[in-house]
Design a protein around this ligand. Structure first.
Ligand code: CA
Ligand code: CA
Length: 307
């Protein structure tokens, strides 16, 4: 009923995490002298899971690992941790978890420590435990940096559609965390893509989804080692939001958008030949701190700015 294609646990998730690695940072602050500090703000957001109404987690602390050092800084969130519904932070909404003065320089990863109380809900009285498999680390794969005497913000996208899998009848959280620059020196650099699918086309597209790729990415379904940045499942219920899609907190640059009508068939742990994409692939440029420009292409298009 909820239309989710949760995957079995057998394949690929460890490989998928490993495949994201080795980013190497983004250059800010490289060469900073050890001992200087910068101000880091870390935000969280996610891409929604079709059918789920809430994904509740309690983040107790966040650990930051310096590159080329065994030093790990632990930042405890206030009280007994911060309990959040990740699904409150989709689209334009991000949640600042902390702002902290930290040693300037490059960091290898940020790791999240969660309390053992996570749940996923499919309605007000239909919640299930969301367990974290033993040994599963919840951390970003990409390096990042903090400028000396500067101020920087990053956002961690939990990409829940890829991150929640079924083991038997149990839901498990095996997050695929994407870390992206949000702002530098107090100036927001992250932009967004907003768009819609042609209403006539939507009538013959049972399970629409728009997939976001890097400009040089290969258009394919979700599987270990895919190039997908994130995906949006498209409402197709005849209501106001029908056909609308949104990708928030993106780094400026060029992207590709591909459309499938088989999103319900996409098992996140395997390469599915049954998931096909529309021949039209859009190339979209996200400007610094703003929305993607207007490019109308049937059957889906990027909307003019509306914020
Ligand atoms: Ca797949
Ligand atoms: Ca495929």
């Amino acid at each position: 009923m909820n239309g989710i294609k949760f995957a079995g646990l057998a394949l690929g998730t460890v490989a998928a995490l490993a495949a994201c690695g080795g980013g190497g940072g983004d250059g800010v602050g490289s060469g900073d002298a050890v001992g200087t500090t910068g101000q880091l703000t870390l935000r969280v957001m996610d891409a929604p899971v079709d059918g789920a109404t809430a994904v509740n987690i309690t983040i107790e602390s966040v650990e930051l690992k310096r590159s080329g050092s065994d030093t790990v800084k632990r930042i405890r969130l206030d009280g007994n941790g911060q309990t959040i519904n990740l699904m409150d932070y989709t689209g334009m909404q991000t949640l600042p978890l902390f702002t902290e003065k930290v040693t300037a320089g490059e960091y290898q990863w940020a790791r999240f420590e969660l309390a053992n109380n996570a749940t996923i809900c499919f309605g007000p009285s239909n919640c299930s435990n969301l367990t974290i498999p033993n040994g599963q680390e919840i951390k970003t794969a990409r390096a990042f940096s903090v400028p000396s005497s500067g101020v920087v913000e990053y956002v961690v996208d939990w990409d829940l559609r890829k991150s929640i899998v079924m083991s038997g009848s149990n839901y498990q959280l095996k997050p695929v965390l994407h870390l992206r620059r949000y702002s530098t020196g107090g100036v927001v650099s992250a932009g967004y893509i907003e768009g819609s699918i042609n209403g006539t086309f939507l009538n013959s597209c049972a399970n629409p989804g728009v997939y976001l790729f890097p400009i040089d990415g290969t258009i394919d379904d979700i599987h270990a080692g895919d190039d997908i940045i994130t995906t949006a499942l498209i409402p197709n219920n005849g209501e106001d939001a029908a056909g609308h899609f949104f990708f928030g907190s993106l780094e400026p640059g060029q992207y590709k958008l591909a459309l499938t009508c088989d999103a319900n068939l996409d098992d996140v742990t395997q390469n599915d030949s049954t998931v096909t994409f529309h021949a039209t692939v859009l190339t979209v440029t996200v400007p610094t701190g703003g929305g993607a420009g207007f490019t109308a292409v049937y059957p889906f298009e990027v909307l003019p700015l509306s914020w």
